[in-house]
Write a protein that binds this ligand. Sequence first.
Ligand code: NOJ
Ligand code: CA
Length: 528
Amino acid sequence: MWWKHTVIYQVYPRSFQDSNADGIGDLEGIRQRLPYLKDLGVGTLWLSPFYKSPMKDFGYDVADYCDVDPVFGTLEDFDRLLKEAHGLGLRVLIDLVPNHTSDQHPWFLESRTSRDNPKRNWYIWKDPGPEGGPPNNWQSFFGGPAWTLDQRTGQYYLHLFLPEQPDLNWQNPEVREAIHEAMRFWLRRGVDGFRVDVLWLLAKDPLFRDEPGNPEWRPGHPDRLRHQHLFTEDQPETYAYVREMRQVLDEFSEPGQERVMVGEIYLPLHRLVRYYRAGCHLPFNFSLITEGLPDWRPENIARIVEAYESLLTPWDWPNWVLGNHDQPRLASRLGEAQARVAAMLLFTLRGTPTWYYGDELALPNGEIPPDRIQDPAALRQKDRTPAGYHSLGRDPERTPMPWDASPYAGFSTVEPWLPLNPDWPVRNVAVQERDPQSILQLVKRLIALRQEPGLLLGPYRTYRARGGIYAYLRGEGFLVALNFTDRERALELPQKGRVVLSTHLDREEAVGETLRLRPDEGVVVRLS
Ligand code: NOJ
Ligand code: CA
C-alpha cells in the first residue's frame, strides 16, 4: 500500500528544468533534478503530460498517447528518467488524458473525413440544432459553446475544452479499449500509475439534454458557469468506466506494487467519495482548494476535514491537496506565513498529500505581461471577464522553478517560455537550502516527521477550532496546533508533551499544560 504512505509531488514538465537551452523544461531536466526530489523526501512524482501534442493546451491536447513530444525529449529519455527514479526509490505517475484528444490525433483526423468513416463514432458528432446552431446549450470550460461545426460534413463535434480538444465518445467500447491499450503501453514500461484528467467528465448524457441555467451566473463570469452541469458531469456511466480502468491497473499490480489511479474530480464531497466505490484509489480531494483557502478560518477548515472524514469508509484512504497547475499559488492566496501553517496542515492530516512544485519555496503567482500570456483559457476569455486576463489565466502558477542565482535561475540558459518570478534572485532553492528557517526546510522536516506511525496512520480528531486556533489529535501520540492569526494565542493541552516542530523552525522544547503559540505559528506536539 505504498500509495497510502507516500507524498505525491506534481511536476509541470515545461517549468521544472530545461536541459537543452530552448527555454522549456523537459524530461532530461527532470531526471537531473531527481536528487532534489529525493532530498525533499517526497515518494512519488506526478508528471503533467509530455505526450506528442500541438500544445494548444500545453500537452492536455494529445496527438499520440504512446510517444513523447520532441519538446520534452524521447521515449528513451522517459525510460531513463523512470529507471533512475525507481533506482532512488521514487514512484512515477503520469497524466492520462482520456476525455479528449488533440484535433491532430490520427483518430480525429480520420473521424472528421466523412459521416460513415469507421472512426466517426469515436468522437461525439451531432446534427445542428433546430435553428441551425449548436445541438444544445453546453458550454466549454474555456469559453463559448462546447460544439464546433465541421463544414465539410455539416455536423458539430463536442469539446468540453478547446475546439482543438475534441471529446472522445466513451460510450463506444472501441474507444475505451484504445485508451486501455495506451495505459498498458505505459504500465509495461513500468509507470506506477496515472493521474487521470477530468475523470468526472468522461460520460455525457445519452440524450444530450440542455443544461438548466445557473441563477448565480452574471455577465462577465466564465461561460461554463452559465449552467448547472446536470448532463455533462458525473453521469452514472462514469463509474463503470472507472471500474474498467481499475481492472487494467490490476492486471499489472502485485501485492506491495499496486499500480494506482489518482482521479481529477471537482465535485462536492458526498459525490466525490463515490469514486472510491468505483475503484479509484485516490479521487483528488480538492475541498481545501475550493472551500478552505477562500475562507481560511479554523471553524471552516475543521468543518471541511470533519465532513470528509465522516464520508469515508474504513476502506477509503483520504488525500489532500493545496495547489496544482490550474489554481492560483498557495503563497499568493494566504501569504507566506500562513502558507507555512497550511503546509503543516497538509502534511499532518490523515491521508496522502499532493504537493505542487515550487510551493516549497512559497513561490507566488507570476506576473505575466499581456504580450507573454500563453494559457488558452486566458486568451480566449480575456474580453469576457471584467478583471481581465489574470482572473482566468493559469500562467501565473506555471512559472519556471527558480533553482539558484545564476542567469535564468538555473532553470535554463535562455529566456524561459514564461517569465521567472521577479524575486527569483532571493527566492530560489539554493538560497533556501542555506537558510535553516526557510519554508523549504520546513517542508522537508514535515515530510520526514510524517513517517511517524501516529501521523501516518493515527485517526483524526478535532481538539479545538475557534478563537483563531485549529488543533487536532492524530492517534494517541500527536497534537497539531495551528494559529491562523497574526496574534499570540494560548491553548490548554490535554496532557504534557514536547514541541517537536514549529513552522518557525526555532524551537523544540517541553511544554506543560499551556501551549503558547506565536503569531502565525503552527506546532506539532508529541504528547507524553
Ligand atoms: C484539467 C487539467 O488539469 C487542465 O490543465 C486542462 O486544461 C484540462 N483538464 C483539459 O485537459
Ligand atoms: Ca528544453
